[in-house]
Write a protein that binds this ligand. Structure first.
Ligand SMILES: [Zn+2]
Ligand SMILES: [Zn+2]
Length: 165
């Protein structure tokens, strides 16, 4: 085994973004697997994926009305029992008493408007995401919060050879 060269070390953004893929692999959504992390000062505060509220059966097990009714992407999210990944990270912090102020959210996808609102109110100050997800209201809210929150699209500098889902 050769010692890794210093430039082989993962950047924080690459490190946490790769973890979002691993977290997403636990998702129980029938539509889209989403993984999110809340991080502060390079420390992981919480992980979240989209799935049913704690202790309840998942869409994977009991079906999903959005899926059955073939609701288009981005519409009628209230029909699904899943809590969104981003919200699960905030709720985990609430449960364990961790402040989310100034935290960074790493997420596989651009947040929906519900999650964008929650993240803004929780004073998360940076969002890093990989996959685009069209939500006009989310975009508008995040644009209006410029200066309070930065939103960055992330592209892997080295690919996802280690973790793929
Ligand atoms: Zn569902
Ligand atoms: Zn959401």
């Amino acid at each position: 085994m050769t010692a890794p060269s210093s430039n082989a070390r993962e950047s924080w953004d690459d490190y946490f973004m790769k973890l979002t893929r691993l977290v997403a692999s636990r998702s129980t959504c029938l539509r889209r697997r989403i993984g999110a992390l809340l991080v502060r000062e390079h420390r992981l505060l919480a992980t979240g994926y989209n799935g049913a509220p704690s202790g309840l059966p998942h869409c994977l097990d009991v079906g999903c009305l959005r899926q059955q009714r073939k609701v288009p992407s981005g519409e009628r999210s209230e029909l699904c029992r899943a809590v969104h990944a981003e919200q699960n990270t905030l709720l985990q912090c609430a449960r364990f008493g961790l402040s989310t102020e100034g935290a960074t959210l790493y997420c596989t996808h651009f947040p929906c408007a519900h999650c964008a609102k929650s993240l803004l109110s929780a004073k998360v100050c940076r969002i890093v995401y990989e996959e685009e997800y069209r939500d006009e209201l989310a975009q508008e809210l995040l644009d209006q919060a410029q200066g309070k929150i930065t939103v960055e699209s992330w592209k892997s500098s080295r690919g996802f050879t280690e973790i793929s889902t």
